[in-house]
Design a protein around this ligand. Structure first.
Ligand code: SAH
Length: 217
C-alpha cells in the first residue's frame, strides 16, 4: 500500500471512527507525510495505531492522541500557538497547517535541530523552533492563543498559564510520570476552567515546573 493510501486509512479508521470530526484537522492529517518524521527503520509502521520511538529515548505520539490534542485547541487559522516538546516535529507540522504561527520548544538540541530541518525541507515557514526548557514557556513571543504540551507535567506549569491569552486554550497531560489525564485548560474572562479529556501516557516534561532529573535516556 502507498503511504498516501495508508494515510487515508489512518484518517478513516483511527481518527474519524473515533470521533475526530473537525474538517480542518482531518485535512491536516491527510496532508502531512508522517513517514518522514519516524526513523528509517520504522517507516513501514509510520501510520500504525501506536507511538513510535524516535532518537534520544523519546517517542512520536500515536496519531489519535495528536488529533485529540489539536482538536481541543479548536484552531481556525489565525492563532499563534506555543508547543512544548517538538520531538520529531510531526505535531508541529499539523499545527503549522492549522494555525498562523507555531512556536515550538524542545529540550534536546539534537531533536530540535532534526525537526527544524525536516520542517524547513517540507516548506513550513510559519514555524519557529528553539532548544530550551519549555516548562518556562517562550515569554518573548507571548501571549499565545493556544498552548499544547506533549510531555507529562505534575501540574499545569504556572509560566504557561501566564503566557496564555485571554480566551486562550491549552491542552496537556497532567499526572504521575507513568500515567496521566489529558486536560483542557481554558482562560475564560479571567477564570481558569479545566476539563479532563482522556487518560494517556506521555514521556515526562523535564525541568523546572516538570520532573527533575534527566530521564531522556
Ligand atoms: N509531539 C511530539 C512528541 C514528542 S515526545 C512528536 O509528535 O514527535 C515529547 C518531547 O518532549 C520529547 O522530545 C522530549 O525531549 C520533550 N521534552 C521533555 N521535557 C521538555 C521540556 N521541559 N521542554 C521542552 N521539551 C521537553
Amino acid at each position: 500500500m502507498s503511504f498516501e493510501a495508508e494515510r487515508e486509512r489512518m484518517v478513516q479508521e483511527q481518527l474519524q471512527a473515533r470521533g475526530i470530526a473537525q474538517a480542518r484537522v482531518l485535512a491536516a492529517f491527510r496532508k502531512v507525510p508522517r513517514q518522514l518524521f519516524v526513523p528509517a527503520d520504522y517507516q513501514r509502521e509510520a501510520y500504525a495505531d501506536h507511538p513510535i520511538p524516535i532518537d534520544q529515548g523519546q517517542t512520536i505520539s500515536q496519531p489519535f492522541i495528536v488529533a485529540l490534542m489539536v482538536s481541543s485547541l479548536r484552531l481556525h487559522g489565525h492563532e499563534r500557538v506555543l508547543e512544548i516538546g517538538t520531538g520529531s516535529g510531526y505535531q508541529t507540522a499539523i499545527l503549522a497547517e492549522l494555525a498562523l504561527e507555531v512556536y515550538s520548544i524542545e529540550r534536546i538540541p539534537e531533536l530540535c535541530r532534526a525537526a527544524k530541518q525536516r520542517l524547513a525541507s517540507l516548506g513550513y515557514l510559519n514555524v519557529h523552533a528553539a532548544p530550551a526548557n519549555g516548562s518556562l514557556g517562550w515569554p518573548e513571543a507571548a501571549p499565545y492563543d493556544a498552548i499544547i504540551v506533549s510531555a507529562a507535567a505534575p501540574d499545569v506549569p504556572q509560566p504557561l498559564l501566564e503566557q496564555l491569552a485571554p480566551q486562550g486554550r491549552m491542552v496537556l497531560p497532567v499526572g504521575s510520570q507513568h500515567s496521566q489525564m489529558l486536560v483542557e485548560v481554558e482562560r475564560r474572562n479571567g477564570a481558569i476552567v479545566q476539563r479532563p479529556v482522556a487518560e494517556c501516557v506521555f514521556v515526562p516534561l523535564v525541568g523546572q515546573f516538570g520532573w527533575s532529573g534527566d530521564t531522556s535516556s
